[in-house]
Design a protein. Structure first.
Length: 442
């Protein structure tokens, strides 16, 4: 029998054991966790430490103790904008202090120096097939920069010191967050604009420069600032943040670490979800609201049709949150305050789904959290401004998520966190402890 066929038999035999453990013994305590958590992806096990952000199930994300509205209100604003610069937010994430305008300007000036992406990085991207996924291009670019890692050079110098290792991580991390929007803009122009590249403008902040480099409107500068900040961090347990932390815990440099994080972000259960939500919403619009104004009655009936067909409503529900995602609300408020966007046909559908879906899902009774997450709103904004290439949306996510991941691993090294190495158990062990009512602790 072929290996694959043998493996299939083993898997088929094993699945009922897992099902029984979860169903009958899911709450049996083993050490400080239960079997449900052990099999279910370590859900809700408090075993990661970060001060960068915290996700409260009821309140949502807090960056350094501040809610999203508090963060936006506190930070210095970009010139002529109601939104803060990404540079001021980076300062805030790293230190926990709200920077002054002078401190923000220093970061902006520092990033101008760091934004010089080596030509070999662009050459590596162009060497890939043009139909490669843009996340592949971004991950390859991240690895291409590794040869100049200051942390790797410090480690290999023979002078490595755990107490000062964070300094070279900071250097790499700062280079990454400064360069990644430049690389993302290059990828967008290469794939979708016939390689019509636009040079960065040394007078602009990071978010505004990204908008400029992809040929976007003045209004999109605020979209970029808002989007990158909102997607920066969501505490340490999500796949991209945790993967970055895990890989770096082995003292892999930030380039190796964030390339791994980007590869996790590319998964459909994580960063890829935003493009899937938009595709679903547009199909929903074409099927139910093509030539009519969406009403609560129409949307309610359409959502029930969707659920009764055994399908889900993408963008609703979250692994941790048990209320509307504040990141969703921040984007919704932007839409409602933006002329043209608030009257956009697709946004009207999204908005009406928001008003109706929680009630339908609650009545349906099979969803723990009937409220929308960030992905339910973000795609419609990008689409409105002309970024209609769905597969690029996760790259945008990756630009923002670099901020949180790089801030976290800088602190990881600063505090000397150990290599991450959870202890595994076998299914037979779980079955034994389930039968005994729990593991007998010494």
């Amino acid at each position: 029998m072929a290996l694959k066929d043998t493996l299939k038999l083993k898997i088929d035999e094993h699945r009922p054991r897992i099902t029984r453990l979860v169903k009958e013994f899911g709450k049996v305590i083993i050490d400080q966790v239960n079997i449900d958590q052990c099999i279910g992806g370590a859900r809700d096990i408090r075993s990661l430490v970060t001060d960068i952000s915290y996700l409260d199930p009821q309140e949502g994300i807090r960056f350094r103790g501040k809610t999203i509205p508090e963060t936006f209100a506190a930070l210095p604003k970009a010139k002529g904008s109601d939104y803060p610069t990404v540079e001021s937010f980076w300062y805030f994430l790293l230190t926990g202090d709200v920077p002054t305008q002078a401190q923000t300007d220093e970061v902006i000036a520092e990033w101008k120096v760091r934004q010089a992406v080596p030509q070999y990085v662009f050459d590596a991207i162009k060497a890939l097939p043009l139909d490669s996924h843009p996340m592949v291009m971004l991950s390859v670019a991240m690895l291409a920069m590794q040869k100049d890692s200051k942390f790797a050079a410090f480690y290999n110098s023979g002078k490595f010191n755990k107490m000062t290792a964070w300094e070279s991580v900071y250097e790499d991390a700062s280079d990454i967050v400064a360069r990644i929007p430049i690389i993302a803009a290059f990828i967008y122009n290469l794939k979708y604009r016939g390689n019509k590249q636009i040079a960065l403008d040394p007078t602009l902040d990071m978010g505004a420069n990204f908008a400029h480099m992809i040929g976007q409107s003045e209004e999109y500068k605020d979209v970029a600032r808002m989007y990158f900040i909102l997607h920066s961090d969501h505490e340490s347990g999500n796949v991209s943040a945790h993967t970055t932390h895990l890989v770096h815990s082995a003292l892999s440099d930030p380039y190796y670490s964030y390339s791994a994080g980007l590869n996790g972000l590319a998964g459909p259960l994580h960063g890829l979800a935003n493009q899937e939500v938009l595709a679903w919403t547009m199909n929903f619009q074409a099927k139910y609201c093509k030539d009519v104004e969406p009403t609560k009655e129409l949307i309610k009936a359409a959502l029930w049709d969707t659920l009764n067909a055994g399908q889900v409503i993408p963008g609703y529900g979250h692994a941790v949150l048990r209320k509307t995602d504040p990141r969703y609300m921040a984007q919704r408020e932007f839409c409602l305050a933006t002329p043209g966007l608030k009257d956009d046909a697709l946004f009207k559908v999204v908005s009406m789904i928001f008003e109706v879906a929680p009630g339908v899902l609650t009545e349906h009774g099979k969803t723990k959290n009937p409220w929308p997450n960030v992905d339910a709103q973000s795609g419609v904004i990008q689409y409105f401004y002309g970024l209609r290439e769905y597969d690029f949306y996760t790259v945008l996510f990756g630009v923002g998520r670099a901020l949180g991941c790089m801030a976290n691993i800088t602190w990881d090294r600063g505090l000397g966190y150990a290599i991450e190495r959870p202890k595994s158990v076998t299914t037979a062990m779980l079955e034994k402890w389930a039968a005994e009512g729990g593991r007998k602790l010494a």
